[in-house]
Ligand binder design. Sequence first.
Ligand code: BDR
Ligand code: CA
Length: 488
Amino acid sequence: MVAVVEVVVLGGGGVPGKTGGETGAEVGAEVGAEVGATAGADVPGVPGEPGVPGVPGMPGMPGGDAEAGASSGGDRVVSGGAVGDGAVAVDGTAAVVGPPRAGPPVQAATASSPTAATTVARTGATPAATGRGRRRPRPRAGSVLSMVMQATVGEPEQGAGPRRPLVLDVDTGVDDACAILLAAAHPAVDLRAVSCVGGNAPVDDVVANTLTVLDAAGRKDVPVARGADRPLLEPPVDARHVHGEDGMGDLVWPRSGRSPDPRHAVELLRDVLLAAASSGDPDERVTLVPLGPLTNIALLLRTYPRVASGLREIVFMGGSAGVGNATASGEFNVVHDPEAAAVTLDAAADLGVPVTMYGLDVFYQPTVTLDQARALVAVGGRGSAELAGRLIAFQCERFGVAAATIGDAGAVCAVLAPEALECERLPVRVELGGSWSRGRTIVDRRDWSGDLAHDPHGRAATSLRVALGVDAARFSSLWLSVVGRTTS
Ligand code: BDR
Ligand code: CA
């Protein structure tokens, strides 16, 4: 019999324009995390965690413009979830990883009851047994994830087709590490290389962190290369105040003994993409997911434009249609190297490479609770699950919150479950001047054309799919379902 793990996340899904604070509050609300496994329908459920207080997704960093996703302007490319396939309920509030199941949901989240955004197991327990208002015993340490580990899990989100070639460009980075763990272990992903760029930490730390994460994920086969150690024009400014002194949470985790690939990151990227192009098979084309400053990518596209024929698309974490984080106006990856971001968008447009911007409008919304992180840590063994849990716990502890974003991992989720992302095709420019706005992505959301003839700037030629809404619960459960069942 095939055992099935279902992760049901209630609330918060598919609602454009949520702020990170709202999402965090929902995640932390009332019930807390309950994750369970069913082997067929027979395995008893796992008791739920006691509640954790509602908290913002990250202090001072709302998830974006509260109006994001509400506009009717632009070409709406994708909306909603995979309704009818058991993945997302008709009202968009429940996400299920695993096949459809009979019977009522364990607990329903509604617009009038938006507080049940927590991961809930399909345990076979009655609704009364999982109802609110009753203090339930804590699970034994590790019992939640142990059950996940012991179950024979159906492949999450895997299609029937070939595995999808994917390359990450990272500045690891706590949340870059979360992304690497997902891409390294997802059965539908063929992770071909990881290139490193200075950003959250100096590039040598980024390389060391990246190798360490891949070791934990059991992926010593994936080549890692050192790339740009500074932005194109300005000196680097790292984010160790966010990511820790070593750039990855100061976890005192055993470091990798592996050496990086001898090639520069731009050369490794070139070789991987040209090899994909030379196969002539469209399924071989690589999805490039930059998660740090775009320095390597700008250099790559302008130096070796032929790589475009090996590229399927670029899905990058960066920018914002609303507020910034590194500055009031700009998002860190773009602020760190605005010229590189501008060159990348321009070159991609020149070369006909589709680009999706997974920016701050959605970035903070997919979250994992501290209780869920502790359950991951309890798996132990210095593998993927333990590292994933420690990364989330670090963020929760550093910012004094009870749930933290999976961050850059959301951009990988956007590749794996694009139907859970709400996007509009919009013109985007990068601000390269400005007293206070350098590094801002100026997303043109005007839905009227009357003033355009009098606009000295006109409309940007670079048009991107801009993510403005996300089924955050689905991304969170996708991430948990992969990192929670893997070890080194
Ligand atoms: C981005 O900046 C970094 O801190 C994160 O890793 C992410 O890529 C968010 O602004
Ligand atoms: Ca990053």
